[in-house]
Design a protein around this ligand. Structure first.
Ligand SMILES: Cc1cc2nc3c(=O)[nH]c(=O)nc-3n(C[C@H](O)[C@H](O)[C@H](O)COP(=O)(O)OP(=O)(O)OC[C@H]3O[C@@H](n4cnc5c(N)ncnc54)[C@H](O)[C@@H]3O)c2cc1C
Length: 334
């Protein structure tokens, strides 16, 4: 049930189709003193070979509502169990701008606020207005405004301060009818050469670029058997760049402004410069031949093998640059 295709089974498994189901599942687990893991589309997790001793609840709540709220804003509420890319496709078809650059990201709607999903210069935090959740502690439904969610790069309260407390049941987005697509990313700018594309053209272009990097799940593409980017781009004080470059004997490490005097360093670049190239193999796992940030199950791999390669990459980058790469996926059952 994961895109990486490693790891053992769940001891108990339940699909929750509405909020009552979710409450029942947590009640059931509470009576048996079992831990519960909340699963979406399984595209951002690494499950241990021993599996998960407890209950896995997959959130499959459906439903899409579109509501005009004045001006050119359309408020869209999507059930947490809606397929994310189909949702993006639907918005683009209706001429609603705000998530077009997030085309092709696997998983379900409910997973997107968790790590503030982003790609090609766009993040879900820019359009999310509210997140509805089941509170595992209070056993009731609660709603969070955008500000309450504490969104930052690959971060929200759902994967930091309040990790494992809230189950996302639906997400509300404020989209712009007739808005222009976001064309901020280099690959997209080059493709459209100064012309403003339509939302549909942008979606096609993003899907195209992602496919070339094996970042769209395709059973025919072995390089897409991954959890997407395995490491976050490190964010460090801008002043440290010269020292890091010196240490590595490199003219200048590439860095992009990240606010507050800090810069974002591309993790993919660090990995390559640490000597681990695209296509590198370690037994049955490897680095994607098309993207140096993705660890790939080459067939029949175990999660232990994934962890060994993860460690090797972290050690290589740390010894060359003094930067410890932080993994992006969530580790389950370790
Ligand atoms: C090929 C590929 C490309 C990718 N590209 C990108 C990219 O461009 N940008 C990006 O940001 N990510 C990317 N990802 C990562 C991943 O697709 C996203 O993080 C996605 O939003 C995860 O959603 P999911 O439903 O699969 O969550 P899962 O993997 O099932 O779960 C991930 C985490 O979210 C929690 N979770 C899931 N659903 C809920 C819920 N309803 N309530 C509470 N917690 C929940 C889980 O407990 C877990 O901690 C990529 C992954 C792959 C495999």
């Amino acid at each position: 049930m994961t895109t990486l295709g490693v790891g053992g089974a769940a001891e108990y498994f339940f699909r929750a189709a509405d909020e009552t189901d979710i409450a029942k599942a947590f009640e059931w687990a509470r009576e048996r003193i079992l831990p519960v893991f909340v699963l979406g589309g399984g595209s951002n997790i690494v499950v241990s070979d021993a599996g998960f001793r407890g209950l896995v609840v997959q959130v499959v709540l459906r439903g899409l509502e579109f509501k005009e709220v004045g001006g050119d804003v359309v408020r869209v509420r999507a059930g947490a169990g809606e397929d994310w890319d189909e949702f993006v496709g639907e918005c683009v078809e209706r001429g609603l701008a705000g998530v077009e650059c997030l085309s092709g990201i696997p998983g379900l709607v409910g997973g997107t606020p968790v790590q503030n999903v982003g790609a090609y210069g766009q993040e879900v935090s820019e359009t999310i207005s509210r997140v509805r959740c089941f509170d595992r502690k209070g056993f009731r439904s609660v709603e969070f405004s955008n500000d309450d969610c504490g969104f930052a790069y690959r971060m929200s309260i759902f994967n930091t301060t309040e990790q494992d407390r809230y189950v996302v049941t639906s997400v509300e987005f404020d989209m712009k009818r007739g808005g222009n697509p976001r064309v901020g990313y280099k690959d997209l700018k080059e493709r459209f050469a100064g012309r403003v594309p339509t939302l549909a053209e942008t979606r096609v272009a993003v899907l195209d670029i992602r496919r070339q990097k094996s970042m769209v799940i395709d059973p025919a593409d072995p390089n897409s058997r991954s959890a997407g980017s395995f490491f976050k781009n490190p964010i460090i004080p801008a002043d440290n760049i010269a020292e890091i470059s010196n240490r590595a004997g490199i003219d200048m490490v590439p860095a992009f402004p990240a606010g507050d005097g800090r810069v974002k360093v591309p993790a993919a670049w660090l990995i390559e410069k640490a000597g681990l190239e695209k296509g590198y193999k370690l037994g049955r796992v490897g680095i994607s031949a098309n993207h140096s940030l993705a660890i790939v199950n080459l067939g029949g791999a175990t999660s232990m093998e994934i962890m060994r390669l993860k460690d090797q990459i972290q050690t290589a980058v740390e010894s060359k640059f003094g930067i410890r790469l932080q993994p992006e996926p969530i580790f389950v059952g370790f």
